[in-house]
Design a protein around this ligand. Structure first.
Ligand code: BGC
Length: 400
């Protein structure tokens, strides 16, 4: 079989989020939640991967691997740690990241909100408070000079998960947990996105979108209507809100079967990942086709896809199969402009460091980085623009 070819201008990269890798995000609501006495969080984020200080090394490594894009997020809690008090130093920090990406040939994809809020936002009711729409505008407006010259901006990561994880006491951000979405949060995030998009369009050449968690919902036969009704407030309403965006960010990991009672538990004999999610690489093709349909043909950027595993031959197999499916969707005429793997680094998986999604591992004491076989493999795919299926050993030695 010949290797599948991707367009020459296709973006090949990896993604992270500030709270999950930077460390010591002390003014964020998640930090507060991690340290709440008697709280349900397994372990705090602490220093995380110390990328706040080590981002130059992370960026250099990704570039050396052969990747051409890096998606990272700007942390609102650092930019505006107290209401109305903006940090120029924090904004300059993120500007240096943008410039360094460019110097290393990595196209920056900048997310403005990835799950965490400043504590003062949470104290006022978080995304349930209609005033947050205006607060978010003010934050985005403050960032406009920082974003000068940036092409790809994602306003809000997985607003659908935000709407489902509205209960800051207990709700998790695990893609397989699906509480009822809060309609007020839904309304507020959509309004915030549309207003942010209008503001951001003042930056010449910018492309604005948001990224939606695609669950690859499947109906148990005979339960198609129940599945569609279940999916609408969890996914479709957010995709429809992206119809006038410049691109739609697709994020997919797993599939979920729905019957009249809601999600059906993963069968005990199904292959699963470290997250307990079903191992299901076609999720990406499925979510891409669905996003394309619901957004009336808005160009797709895969902003996240990956697997929590300790075994990189599995990571490579999963990614290979996910990308083969993506390629099929592209052959059918769906415009896909890039693939950003989750994640660049092992990171803080919203409560625990145990699941390892990273292409790059790090030492918890020295923070020394070590790219894994999957990183070398994806780097080679990026360099050649072809979907190669090497053995893990071959991927490592050919780039040693
Ligand atoms: C989120 C990431 C998370 C990943 C794996 C996505 O829902 O954007 O922050 O780490 O999935 O669970």
């Amino acid at each position: 079989m010949t290797d599948l070819a991707f367009p020459t201008d296709f973006l090949w990269g990896a993604a992270t989020a500030a709270h999950q890798i930077e460390g010591n995000n002390v003014n964020s609501d998640w930090w507060e939640r991690e340290h709440r006495p008697g709280g349900a969080i397994q372990e705090p984020s602490g220093d995380a991967a110390d990328s706040l200080h080590r981002y130059p090394e992370d960026i250099r490594l990704m570039s050396e691997l052969g990747l051409t894009s890096y998606r990272f997020s700007i942390e609102w809690a650092r930019i505006e740690p107290a209401k109305g008090r903006f940090s120029r130093a924090a904004a300059l920090h993120y500007r240096r990241m943008i410039d360094l990406c460019r110097q290393h040939g990595l196209e920056p994809v900048v997310t403005l909100h990835h799950f965490t809020n400043p504590q003062w936002v949470a104290a006022e009711g978080g995304w349930r408070n209609p005033a947050v729409v205006e607060y978010f505008q003010r934050y985005v407006e403050y960032l406009l000079p920082t974003l000068d010259g940036v092409t790809w901006v994602c306003t809000i990561n997985e607003p659908n998960m935000l709407a489902m994880a509205h209960d800051s006491q207990g709700a998790t951000l695990d893609a397989s947990s699906q509480p009822d979405p809060d309609p007020v949060v839904t309304e507020n995030v959509i309004a915030a996105h549309h207003k942010a998009r209008a503001l951001l369009h003042r930056v010449p050449g910018i492309r604005v979108g948001w990224s939606i968690a695609g669950q690859a919902y499947h109906a148990v036969p005979g339960h198609e209507e129940a599945m569609a009704a279940y999916r609408y407030p969890r996914e479709d309403v957010f995709l429809e809100a992206a119809r006038d965006d410049d691109y739609i960010g697709v994020q997919a990991y797993l599939r979920t079967f729905i019957d009249d009672n809601g999600p059906v538990p993963v069968p005990e004999d199904a292959a699963t990942t470290q997250m307990g999610w079903e191992y299901f690489p076609p999720a990406l093709e499925n979510a891409t086709r669905h996003a394309w349909k619901l957004t009336d043909g808005t160009p797709v950027l895969v902003t996240e896809n990956g697997i929590a595993t300790a075994d990189d031959s599995r990571r490579i197999d999963y990614t290979y199969d996910a990308l083969s499916g993506l390629h099929k969707a592209m052959e059918d005429g769906i415009c896909v402009q890039g693939y950003l793997h989750w994640s660049a680094l092992d990171n803080y998986e919203w409560g625990s460091f145990a699941p390892t999604f990273g292409l790059i591992a790090w030492d918890p004491v020295t923070f020394e980085r070590t790219p894994k076989p999957g990183a070398f493999w994806l780097g080679e795919v990026a360099r050649t623009g072809r979907l190669l299926r090497p053995t893990v050993g071959a991927a490592r030695s050919s780039l040693a």
